[in-house]
Structures are given as C-alpha cells and as structure tokens.
Design a binder for this molecule. Structure first.
Ligand code: FEO
Length: 171
C-alpha cells in the first residue's frame, strides 16, 4: 500500500511523464512538416517512450492500492525556433524530470516505502540514459552548425542513434 504522500508524488510524476510525451509529440509533428523525417521519427519514438514511462507509473500506483490520476495537459507549442532549440529543450526537460525523480526517491525514503524506492530505480537509470542521449544529439548538432549537407546526414542517421541496448526501456 502506498502512503498518501507517495501516491500524490507518484501522480505528480505521471503528469510529468504525460507532459513530456505530449511535448515531444508536438516537436515531432512540427519537425515532420519541415521535411526532416528522420528527426521526426526519433522524436515520435521519444514521445512513445514517455507514454510508456507514464503507463508504468499508472499501473504501479493502482497495483499498490492507490489511484492513478490521468491529468489534463497544457497545449504544447505548435512551432519551434530550430532543431538545435528543440534538443536544448529536450535536455532541459530531461534534467528537470531527473530532479523530480530524485525528489520522489527522497520522499520514498522519508516514508520508508522501500518497495516504491526499488521500483523507482529503473527510472533513475533511465534518466541517466535519456540525458546522455540528449547531450549526444546536441554535440552532433554543434558539429554540424549551419552545414546543410551535415543536416541531411543528421536527419538520415538520427533514428539509429541510441544508447546501449541493455539500458533501453522495456516493460
Ligand atoms: Fe520519462 Fe524522459 O522522462
């Protein structure tokens, strides 16, 4: 059974994951209209991952005797300044989510909820990978700069850029 404090904190995290999924979906859709199909594919996949993170939490909260709340979400932007800007936002967002996960871990320790603490370790590891991936993509974009040929190759290759298979999210 989760305590009220843990339940509330987990529900807050459900909202974060849902908002991430929605935000990345908005990015994917805009990028697709710019003709960058590889970048769009990458962002659609990121959006799916976030939805999976959300679902995993929803099921966990319900399994542990709480009630998962499905939140209303703010409409994400329709347009973005640039691809560089998008990935800066992705990194910023992932750092924010990591901080939230850490806060959640702290609450579990205070509440002596070692089961949820254990459950959250998967998210701790996942966040390390997600931040690393966003940094990797940003490094590549810095190298490309304004080179259009470089952007063509970036778009072609991005769907195959990933982090080590053993740490990819599965459920
Ligand atoms: Fe599920 Fe990337 O935070």
């Amino acid at each position: 059974m989760v305590t009220n404090k843990v339940e509330t904190a987990l529900n807050k995290q459900i909202e974060f994951e849902a908002a991430s999924s929605q935000y990345y979906l908005a990015m994917a859709s805009w990028v697709e209209t710019q003709g960058l199909t590889g970048v769009a594919e990458f962002l659609y996949a990121q959006s799916d991952e976030e939805r999976m993170h959300m679902l995993k939490l929803v099921k966990y909260v319900n399994e542990r005797g709480g009630q998962a709340v499905i939140p209303a979400l703010k409409e994400p932007p329709k347009k973005f300044k640039s691809i560089q800007f998008i990935f800066e936002e992705v990194l910023k967002h992932e750092v924010l989510v990591s901080n939230e996960i850490n806060r959640l871990v702290e609450i579990c320790l205070k509440e002596k909820d070692y089961t949820t603490h254990n459950f959250l370790q998967w998210y701790v590891a996942e966040q390390i990978e997600e931040e690393a991936l966003a940094r990797k993509v940003l490094d590549k974009l810095k190298l490309i700069g304004d080179d259009r040929g470089g952007m063509y190759l970036f778009d072609r290759d991005l769907p195959s850029i990933s982090v080590p298979a053993q740490t990819r999210s599965k459920n």
